[in-house]
Design a protein around this ligand. Structure first.
Ligand code: SF4
Ligand code: SF4
Length: 657
């Protein structure tokens, strides 16, 4: 094979790893510019290690590493495949829980720093008062900032309190709380659950697969029903509850004549300040001074989701597009904080003028420009960083710029309150109250909408970027299942027109399309970032409480078609723990233990009412999800008849819910 043909083959193979046309164009540019991307590295990993894929390698002590095979069925300490897989799985859950919860801890500290007129303020005083009451803090007679500081202290205790379980569990239906009590997975303090997993998975500690799975569940519950829930709630209180807002998505949102600043990572404490700083007249003037028309902010990963939900800031791309964004040659600064940031960005940035700016002591990256961000001096720090980005505009090399052509419009910003607000569009005020979830419950019960599926999570180099997300979302909405989404799943939907109201008729089945038209929503609903998966738990709880049912009774499911991170594993685990059947498009590293697979994809259902389902064929996975929900519907409809309709007929339930 000649060299030229070989090059074309390599390019084609890399381009086949994504279905995004902008990404394909930029992979080609990366090749021309001599820049290595994840796609190239993936090709280098011809065969990934089978021991790792099955979860049967252990390096938890210095006697190892050990790996299980027919010839070596036990590690040096005697741990078998079930113990090793169970420990690895539990540690993944602990890693994910730690990431979400440390994020939440920062937000909680930030609430404690709020001052009237300060960089951080209480934007939602009513929500704060309501939440304070829920957390056992009496708001009566207190100044809103005094209350904020008290709530911050109370929430900080959730991370390390010596006694009791997460206060947030009380949001769930009583029957669900009883399930958790019985299985013993009510999470205690968040940090304690993480520490317990790390302790128990140390050499010579827990060596029982049932016990390891049990603690993995309890730890993950501390993520969904404590850390993430606190993170979402306090972010709303600080920065505003998202409301429906228009945005645009994909790399064409980069503006050729503007200073392009991309925010990547997770925590809104940084990104909100960058937004404030970049809107200041002095920054706008500086941008003009250096020859730009203005400043364009856009986001990648969950920081992008937080910003688009609250401000309509454009979504530059998802996890797999972070290197490609720099390869456009049009980015003055990629500003990051924590989580999901490729260390490779440092090397990619050396090929262009882009400043790769790290800001968090928790995520310093060799080769980056480190500009530490402190909440105490937030706006000043943000101004310094934005100034650095603007001044870099003059270093842009026009010959290296190629902003690809595609972007899509999208409607985003559907927090719980926004969904209820949209549902008011179809309330008959002669009969029913406003501001309830009744219209959603009615269409679910009647079967006009067959079910609701949360399609969430990352991109994974083991599947073509965005293919699984889009295949599954399209199949679901075509068959009248409403899709809600967060994280990089949300970016995939936004980039491909699934978050446009006017596309409901094009992509959705008749039932769902009619509902979308009447309620005025798109067929795929953007619920936010990965911590905002707690919004899904909240909505499920509200619906189940209204119907006097368990979450496990509802025709709902969770799906992570392209998951990759430990956070995604923790999310999947707490979603299952919440009684929601969870479908994965990539096999987790547990297949080395038949017992682990049997528990996670089977018998855990006896404990929590749901389990994992894995299918690496996206079309088949979509069918599995629908079959699962259809199998749940008769029971749900029967319960609905018994708990709602009969009571209404007998007059016991005058006004539904
Ligand atoms: S904990 Fe056991 S299985 Fe793991 S590395 Fe040490 S000896 Fe090997
Ligand atoms: S969805 Fe996955 S890849 Fe995307 S930001 Fe969240 S954890 Fe990272």
């Amino acid at each position: 094979m000649n060299m030229e043909k070989k090059k074309v083959d390599v390019l084609e193979q890399m381009q086949n790893m994504t279905i995004d046309l902008n990404s394909k164009a930029l992979i080609e540019k990366a090749e021309k510019d001599g820049v290595e991307t994840m796609y190239k590295r993936k090709l280098g990993y011809k065969v990934q290690c089978g021991f790792g894929l099955q979860g049967v390698c252990c390096r938890n002590c210095g006697m190892g590493p050990c790996r299980i095979s027919p010839k070596t069925p036990r590690g040096l300490c005697g741990a078998d495949e079930h113990t090793i897989v169970g420990r690895n799985y539990a540690r993944m859950c602990a890693g994910g829980t730690a990431a979400h919860s440390d994020h939440a801890r920062d937000i909680t500290h930030t609430l404690g720093l709020t001052t009237p007129g300060g960089a951080y303020q209480v934007t939602e005083p009513e929500k704060l008062k309501e939440f304070a009451q829920f957390m056992g803090v009496d708001p009566e007679g207190k100044d809103i900032y005094e209350l904020a500081h008290e709530v911050s202290e109370v929430c900080l205790m959730e991370f390390g309190k010596p006694h009791g379980v997460s206060k947030l569990l009380a949001r769930a239906p009583k029957v669900r709380q009883d399930v958790w009590k019985e299985y013993g997975i009510e999470p205690r303090a968040i940090d304690r659950e993480i520490a317990t997993v790390m302790h128990s998975t140390h050499i010579g500690c827990c060596a029982d697969i049932d016990a390891l799975v049990h603690m993995a569940f309890r730890c993950s519950m501390a993520d969904g029903w404590a850390g993430s829930m606190i993170g979402t709630m306090l972010s709303d209180i600080l920065f505003g509850t998202p409301k429906p807002v228009h945005t645009e998505a994909n790399l064409n949102v980069l503006d050729g004549n503007n200073v392009n600043i991309i925010l990547h990572g997770h925590e809104p404490t940084l990104s909100e300040m960058i937004v404030l700083a970049s809107e200041l007249p002095e920054m706008q003037d500086l941008a003009k001074e250096v020859g730009a028309d203005g400043i364009t902010l856009s986001g990648i990963c969950c920081t992008g989701n937080e910003l688009t939900m609250r401000h309509g800031i454009k979504i530059a791309g998802d996890f797999h597009q972070q290197e490609l964004a720099i390869i456009t040659g049009a980015v003055e600064a990629m500003i990051v904080d924590v989580q999901c940031i490729f260390p490779a960005l440092a090397e990619v940035a050396t090929h262009y003028h882009t400043k790769f700016i790290t800001t968090s002591p928790k995520a310093q990256i060799t080769g980056s420009t480190y500009m530490e961000f402190h909440e105490e001096t937030a706006l000043e720090d943000a101004k310094t960083i934005v100034r650095e980005a603007i001044l870099n505009f003059k270093n842009r090399d026009a010959s290296k710029v190629m902003v690809p052509e595609l972007k899509s419009e999208a409607m985003v910003g559907y927090a719980e309150e926004a969904i209820v607000g949209q549902l008011n569009n179809v309330v008959n005020t002669q009969i029913d109250d406003m501001n309830t979830l009744k219209p959603l419950i009615d269409v679910l019960a009647s079967g006009v909408i067959r079910g609701v599926v949360g399609v969430v999570g990352c991109n994974n180099a083991r599947t073509p970027s965005n293919y699984n997300h889009l295949t599954i979302m399209k199949e679901l909405i075509k068959n009248d299942y409403l899709v809600v989404t967060t994280g990089c799943g949300a970016s995939a939907a936004a980039k491909n027109g699934l978050m446009l109201k006017e596309n409901a008729a094009k992509y959705a089945g008749k039932g769902l399309a009619t509902v979308c038209q009447l309620v005025d929503i798109p067929p795929v609903i953007h619920l936010g970032s990965c911590v905002d998966n707690s919004r899904i738990l909240n909505i499920c709880s509200l619906v189940a409480n209204a119907l006097d049912m368990d979450i496990a009774d509802l025709p709902v499911a969770g799906c992570a078609p392209e998951w990759m991170s430990e956070k995604a594993i923790a999310i999947g685990t707490y979603v299952v723990g919440s009684g929601i059947e969870t479908f994965l498009g990539v096999m987790p590293p547990v297949t080395g233990s038949s017992r682990a697979v049997e528990i996670l994809c089977g018998s855990i259902k006896d404990k929590v009412g749901a389990c994992f389902h894995v299918n690496e064929d996206a079309e088949a996975l979509a069918q599995d999800i629908m079959a699962c929900i259809e199998a749940k519907r008769p029971h749900f409809e029967e319960l609905y008849q018994e708990k709602v309709l009969n009571k209404r007929v007998s007059g016991e339930l005058a006004c539904l819910y």
